[in-house]
Write a new protein. Sequence first.
Length: 88
Amino acid sequence: MAEVRGRYEQWAKEEMQALLADWDKQKEVMVLSSGRSPEEYQRAIDNIREFQSILSALCDALSLCGYLFLTGPMPRQMGESPVPVALL
């Protein structure tokens, strides 16, 4: 049992190292292709709430309901796209 556990722990460690290396490559590509770093993207994501006042003013002026949905890789979450899950 300990042997199997050791193999899985080694496999998990190797997989994590490979994923982190791939993440570093993706960060380089993102910076080179856009000129922006993941930190700059995250700062823009963090500041999107400032757009709420503009959206609210438009909705009030037009008597409409407005929603802004954004999805995509989140730099703070290692490039994952968070999806809310409802527990039943």
